[in-house]
Design a protein around this ligand. Structure first.
Ligand code: 3PG
Length: 235
């Protein structure tokens, strides 16, 4: 299946104007796609949920409407809820999911896609059962083979730069062309185009458009400019 709208599978939305585009491949027999959402997914770490809405508005205004909020801070679930409720043009997802309990909490908060840095059988089961598009993290060929065998063809490649970068992804494409990736981890404005040019890369994720000093200063205009630069990468 591909091209299912994320709004159709979200418990908390229902009125988003942004459909999930049909991907070039699908994520298995019963899941829509994260890779079709956007070429660049900002990976957000928020200390203060009050920043969620202005930050999401800046990212959307800059052209980055698929936003991953990581469950690395206590503010994350409130941030997801606020974006889902107040920024209808954003497609908010949850990242750094490590267990089924976090998957359930993220879904209840309104997350419309799910991302994990790695996977376990228990986590994979919960991601599948969520009914939402998901990207389990992998960094080796054996994990790719295992997940392909499970019917999952869309994967996060993490930590991308440290695990071998574009050379590693290029090497995977020959024996495993059916696997498609969203690399994240150590990607920059300068290195992103090299990833996006690969046939087995659907999008990239990263934090480079969210510098810590801009977040601390609540410099939303700067983040909008950086988002705009990132969004232009695949124009
Ligand atoms: C992720 O979780 O995807 C990464 O932490 C993002 O990595 P970056 O900060 O190196 O872009």
């Amino acid at each position: 299946m591909g091209g299912v709208t994320s709004a159709a599978s979200s418990p908390a939305s229902g009125s988003s104007p942004m459909p999930v585009a049909s991907p070039a491949s699908d994520s298995g027999p019963s899941h829509p796609s994260v890779l079709g959402l956007a070429p660049v997914i900002p990976v957000v770490v928020l200390e203060d949920a009050a920043d969620a809405v202005p930050l999401a508005r800046a990212l959307v205004a800059g052209g980055l409407s698929a936003i991953e909020v990581t469950l690395r801070t206590p503010a994350a679930l409130d941030a997801i809820r606020a974006i889902a409720d107040e920024v209808p043009d954003a497609v908010v997802g949850a990242g750094t999911l490590l267990n089924p309990e976090q998957v359930a909490a993220a879904r209840a908060a309104g997350a419309r896609f799910l991302v994990s840095p790695g996977w376990s059988p228990r986590l994979l089961g919960a991601l599948r059962d969520s009914g939402l598009p998901f990207l389990p993290g992998v960094s080796t060929a054996s994990e790719v083979v295992t997940l392909l065998d499970e019917g999952v063809t869309e994967l996060k490649f993490f930590p991308a730069a440290a695990a071998g970068g574009t050379a590693y992804l290029k090497a995977l494409a020959a024996p495993l062309p059916q696997a498609r990736f969203c690399p994240t981890g150590g990607i920059t404005l300068a290195s992103a185009p090299g990833y996006l040019a690969l046939p087995n890369v659907g999008c990239v994720g990263g934090t480079w458009m969210l510098p810590a000093d801009a977040l601390t200063a609540k410099d939303w205009a700067r983040i909008e400019r950086l988002a705009h630069e990132a969004a232009a990468l695949r124009d």
